[in-house]
Design a binder for this molecule. Structure first.
Ligand SMILES: Nc1ncnc2c1ncn2[C@@H]1O[C@H](COP(=O)(O)OP(=O)(O)OP(=O)(O)O)[C@@H](O)[C@H]1O
Ligand SMILES: [Mg+2]
Length: 271
């Protein structure tokens, strides 16, 4: 075992003075015609400003539920989320989201898709033009602005959705398996691009993924969730230097940590 000690968990907790996001005993029960589903149970943690946190766990363990609760778009059944000390109730203007499907509007060209959040928020495009130009350059989308989503590859669509998310300069980015549908080469490329954007833009990131490798590669800290009802069974601080490089995935530390987290998830699933 390389990094799953309780000491690390408490060290992570000690960082809560700088917390931008606090999750306090989050519990979510979905009620449907066929009964109730306990999707989240007593999830508590805090996330520092500028921190990169990944949430990893098996399908159905409540990762998306947690992310929607952070966004304020879906309320918790009990418990609360604080953003900069204030309870999150309803949509938050300083949060940007990226989903597994790029969710670009097919009838708008790429630039018009990227400008969409500004329109919704009533922000002046001219105030953000330089910012968006730089983001287009950085993500390799300069020159493609007038193309339509159907003319883009999956990777290009997700680049556009990253630019759209960052267009209005949100303080927090919430990403739900944004690269899950991409082939492994494109996924590596997108991971490196996201790390580059994060280092430059200094956002707080909460990134949901099925992939333990992706979580370790990206994060400062990984929250490991158990199968339903979703709980955070461990918080794992990732001691890899930055900037991260793909060859780090072949180091003994990385391989051992991957195996430890896999074992933790499997053993929680059998309980
Ligand atoms: N709107 C809903 N109504 C009823 N049940 C729901 C709803 N959304 C999610 N659930 C249930 O809550 C549980 C957690 O779902 P959630 O989508 O948060 O899991 P997840 O970890 O994101 O899964 P995946 O990795 O497959 O995306 C699941 O059992 C799911 O069926
Ligand atoms: Mg999900």
């Amino acid at each position: 075992m390389v990094a799953l000690s309780e000491n690390e968990t408490s060290a992570v907790r000690a960082a809560s003075d700088r917390s931008q996001i606090v999750i306090d005993k989050a519990r979510k029960v979905y009620v449907t015609g066929s009964g109730q589903t306990l999707a989240l149970e007593s999830v508590s943690t805090s996330i520092a400003k500028g921190e990169f946190v990944c949430v990893v766990g098996p399908s159905g363990c409540g990762k998306t539920t947690l992310l929607w609760a952070l966004s304020g778009l879906h309320p918790l059944t009990s418990g609360q989320v604080l953003l900069d000390g204030k309870p999150v109730i309803g949509p938050q203007p300083q949060i940007g989201m990226v989903f597994q499907e790029a969710n670009l509007l097919p009838w708008r060209n790429i630039l018009k898709n990227i400008l969409y959040p500004l329109e919704i928020k009533g922000l002046r495009v001219s105030d953000y033009k330089d910012r968006i130009d730089r983001l287009l350059e950085k993500t390799g989308l300069r020159g493609f602005e007038t193309m339509y989503p159907r003319e883009f590859s999956g990777g290009m669509r997700q680049r556009a959705s990253l630019v759209r998310c960052l267009s209005f300069d949100p303080a927090v980015m919430l990403l739900d398996e944004p690269f899950g549908a991409l082939d492994s080469f494109t996924r590596d490329e997108m991971n490196l691009l996201l790390l580059d954007l994060w280092a430059e833009q200094q956002k707080t990131i909460v990134f949901v993924t099925h992939s333990i490798t992706e979580a370790i590669f990206l994060a400062d800290r990984v929250l490991v969730m158990t199968p339903r009802p979703g709980r955070v069974v461990r918080e794992v601080k990732i001691d890899l230097p930055r900037p991260r490089t793909l060859d780090m995935q072949a180091t003994p530390y990385f391989i051992e940590l991957t195996s430890d987290i896999k074992t933790l998830i499997n053993s929680s699933a059998q309980k």
